[in-house]
Design a protein around this ligand. Sequence first.
Ligand SMILES: NC(=O)c1ccc[n+]([C@@H]2O[C@H](COP(=O)([O-])OP(=O)(O)OC[C@H]3O[C@@H](n4cnc5c(N)ncnc54)[C@H](OP(=O)(O)O)[C@@H]3O)[C@@H](O)[C@H]2O)c1
Length: 229
Amino acid sequence: MTAVLVTGADRGIGNALCRACHGRGDAVIAACLEDSDALRALGIRVEPGVDVTSDAAVQGLAGRLADTGTTIDVLINNAGIAARDALGTLDYDAIRRQFEVNTLGPLRVTEALLERLRPGSVVAFITSRIGSLGDNLSGGLYGYRISKCAANMVAVNLAHDLAARGIAAVVLHPGMVATDMTFDDERHEARPPEDAAVALLERINRVEPGEPGTPPAFWHAPARTIIPW
Ligand SMILES: NC(=O)c1ccc[n+]([C@@H]2O[C@H](COP(=O)([O-])OP(=O)(O)OC[C@H]3O[C@@H](n4cnc5c(N)ncnc54)[C@H](OP(=O)(O)O)[C@@H]3O)[C@@H](O)[C@H]2O)c1
């Protein structure tokens, strides 16, 4: 049975990923910032209180997994936040907060769970096309763009270290998804989280073992195209 751990599983894409993995027979660990009785009711192992910005919370998760001898085949770094902002009224605390969650969060989680991963495991990073340097044609969204761009570097850097352990990495854009994160004026073109989960898992399933010295790809999962860094 494949063991999958998803961060930010309370709602949105992370919640849909947990349900999809559970539905296909995986052993799912839903790491929630708060909690999820709904996932627990499905028989999913819910780990509440996993704030990816907290060393204590993430180390606590790692300790509980170690205590139960749990290893992870697929780690999905999904937790994220987004704040709309504009030049002239930037809120630097909000930018720092996005950096803490979106950039340092996946680094902290992956480092803490290193010993729970095995050769053949896959670590997925759900960043965003909005973090692409080459695809940035509009400006704006400073905090989110900066934090997701840096998250891509976290993922590429980790991929090199993980490859040395036989662990693969992949960087994923889920498309525009109708969640609480999506801004109202974007909703019309957004897909349901369930569809995004299917596309993300399809791409994760295709990940090849990491080759030392070869960076991972940055995939637009539903479009099945590569996004420039
Ligand atoms: N929606 C899109 O169109 C879109 C596009 C590109 C990329 N993404 C990325 O996809 C991922 C999931 O986004 P989403 O659309 O599903 O957003 P969402 O509905 O807002 O869900 C975000 C999830 O992250 C959790 N979270 C927030 N801060 C956290 C923290 N400090 N520690 C742990 N978990 C935390 C939230 O928990 P609570 O529910 O308890 O707050 C929630 O479960 C994010 O990384 C996002 O940047 C989304």
